[in-house]
Design a protein around this ligand. Sequence first.
Ligand SMILES: NC(=O)c1ccc[n+]([C@@H]2O[C@H](COP(=O)([O-])OP(=O)(O)OC[C@H]3O[C@@H](n4cnc5c(N)ncnc54)[C@H](O)[C@@H]3O)[C@@H](O)[C@H]2O)c1
Length: 260
Amino acid sequence: MSNQKVAIVSGGATLIGQKVAQALHRDGCKVVVCDINAKDGQAFINELGEDGLFVKTDITNDADIDNCIEQAISAFGGVDYLINVAATYLDNGLDSSRDDWMNALNTNVVGAGIFTKKVAPHIQKRGGGAVVFFGSIGGKIAQPGRMLYSVSKAALIGMTRNMALHLAPMKIRANSVSPGWVWSNPIRDFSGNDRGKADQVGGPLHMLDRIVDAEEVANTVAFLCSEKASGITGTDVAVDCGYMAMGPEQTTDKVSRLAE
Ligand SMILES: NC(=O)c1ccc[n+]([C@@H]2O[C@H](COP(=O)([O-])OP(=O)(O)OC[C@H]3O[C@@H](n4cnc5c(N)ncnc54)[C@H](O)[C@@H]3O)[C@@H](O)[C@H]2O)c1
């Protein structure tokens, strides 16, 4: 049996998920991409070649998750890593209905939790591995117009710690990444595919005066899966160009204005 590692990436039809799949593939993994978006997911896998597989999967559906895991094992012999990228931005702030709450949390929180629980025994059979969750700056601060997304991302950062504890006996490490604004499908669409505008608007919120590249998030995910991160579990890694470390004074020297 080949000892090539196998990763499942949920939400792999979108740019961030695709970059994660490419980074893991570059590191020698076979990659199973799953998503509700079959058109973009399949097109991406066609480009990736024979080390890739797309499985249409709704992570709110247990039978779909089971099918995805079964297909991964039958195509590639096992699973070593799960990357929970899939998420919904369904959010009506304070006006969110009970259905909105249940749907958003079902996708973002319960979907990732159940996928992880179901795949863990298979990762254990391979001698251990790693799971990565997607938090966000939105899981650590309040954002205008948002409620469900922020709450779900905070829950995922909490889930990371609890999964790390419960999966440790199975030799599975669990960590999360929390990106700042990322050049991604939603930001590409909002900005009319204008990266300069995205950096101009989002840059001042980040110490590095630009938004995050999806590759930077993907490289961190690949690192967290790798043996180089063998001592890291239960933690959240900010990939946010300094967003969370910067206070409201931002990059300008406000104190000097006192002397003006
Ligand atoms: N874009 C950013 O600036 C940013 C910042 C911080 C964190 N993130 C996180 O990065 C990840 C990707 O976000 P994105 O901005 O690229 O958004 P996106 O909407 O482009 O991607 C989300 C993906 O999840 C899939 N998906 C949604 N519901 C699903 C379901 N029930 N089952 C399976 N797949 C489903 C979608 O089809 C899509 O491909 C998310 O976890 C998001 O919270 C993004």
